[in-house]
Design a protein around this ligand. Structure first.
Ligand code: FES
Ligand SMILES: [Fe+2]
Length: 350
């Protein structure tokens, strides 16, 4: 399966990258994360070009990685810097790939395409993750489903009324005003539900849960898989800035064609130091993401048996508007990349 290459993908949370060799497969490629002695994060190919041992089975020697099989050493640029055998000459092909990397706001972003095109200014803004006015709780999980199915799930939030009904159901949700706005490499799906009952996920935090609220859900997709959700409630007629709200980080990165790393977090603007509110968040993430979204998406993937949604001629509903636009934009971006002559140059160890 082809993936969009010339773009930033989240490879890890910052706290996952340590002074130890940590493997992770991204877009079908074996990647190795570690930190240099000065603390900088590094991502290089994880397959030794000699006999293809995974480099994470080796060890760190200063800022270099020593292969655990026959001892070749690679630096953080992917170049072989030590060959302990024979005349110690370093063969020209003895190198692994090195990925341009930006560590920002607690996330480690990797450029999976042509290194010369990597521009750190294009990394999406997730500064809310480190905003001291918010309390953030998150994690990462693997879903056995194609990443576009996971994005579909995020861009069609009507599923919350069914799949997550006990926690998120709102009787006015399906009739909500819904707007889809496309700009550059982003697409916003904006929903507002005036004067309604607060969804159960907010009621423990309201003075009077029976009182009607204005409720909104906005989600911004940033190609190829970064979604930023804002959900909030406010007393009817009051400005949203007075409401309680959560910024939801939902970022997906393909592991393979049919498996996806899902980086998620919730950043709330209320009860920052309240362990009960922390627990509520964790319980929801466990229930909603791990026990409801994940099994459904994995079952859908299995039922589809392919990653080509169009080939199965899915029935379209009005609620699919944002997800369909996202898929169309992805097709256009991938075509533009192919037309621009981006070749599959990312053969391992070349
Ligand atoms: S497989 Fe890495 S040095 Fe032989
Ligand atoms: Fe969901």
């Amino acid at each position: 399966m082809a993936f969009l290459r010339n773009t930033w993908y989240v490879g890890a949370w910052s706290h996952e990258v340590k002074r130890e060799l940590t493997p992770r497969k991204l877009l079908g490629e074996p990647v190795l994360f570690y930190r240099k002695e000065n603390g900088d994060a590094v991502a290089i190919g994880n397959r030794c070009p000699h006999r293809f041992a995974p480099l994470h089975l080796g060890r760190l020697v200063g800022d270099a990685v020593e292969c655990g099989y026959h001892g070749l050493q690679f630096d953080c640029s992917g170049a072989c810097v030590d060959n302990p055998h024979g005349d110690h000459r370093i063969p020209a092909a003895a190198k692994v790939r090195s990925y341009p990397l930006v560590e920002q706001h607690g996330l480690v972003w990797l450029w999976m395409g042509e290194p010369g095109l990597a521009d750190p200014a294009d990394v999406p803004d997730y500064s809310h993750l480190v905003d001291p006015a918010l309390k953030t709780i998150g994690d990462v999980m693997l879903q056995k489903a194609n990443y576009e199915l996971v994005v579909d799930n995020l861009m069609d939030l009507t599923h919350v009324n069914y799949l997550h009904a006990p926690y998120q159901k709102n009787d006015d949700f399906l009739a909500a005003k819904h707007e889809v706005v496309h700009q550059g490499r982003t697409l916003d799906s904006l929903r507002s539900i005036p004067s309604t009952t607060a969804p159960p996920s907010f009621t423990p935090f309201l003075d009077d849960p029976a009182k009607p609220v204005d409720y909104w859900l906005n989600i911004r997709w940033h190609a190829p898989g970064a979604c930023l959700l804002e959900v909030g409630v406010v007393p009817v007629g009051r400005p949203r800035s007075e409401g309680i709200r959560r910024q939801g980080t939902h970022i997906v990165t393909p592991e393979t064609a049919t498996t996806t790393h899902y980086f998620y977090a919730s950043s709330r603007n209320y009860l920052l130091d309240d362990p009960k509110a922390d627990l509520e968040t964790r319980n929801w993430q466990q229930l909603g993401f791990h026990e409801q979204d994940k099994p459904m998406l994995e079952a859908v993937q299995e039922m589809m048996g392919t990653t080509d949604l169009d080939a199965l001629r899915p029935v379209l509903l009005t609620s699919d508007a944002a997800a369909v636009r996202v898929r169309r934009m992805m097709k256009e971006l991938m075509k533009a990349e192919t037309d621009a002559g981006s070749k599959p140059i990312f053969v391992l160890n070349k």
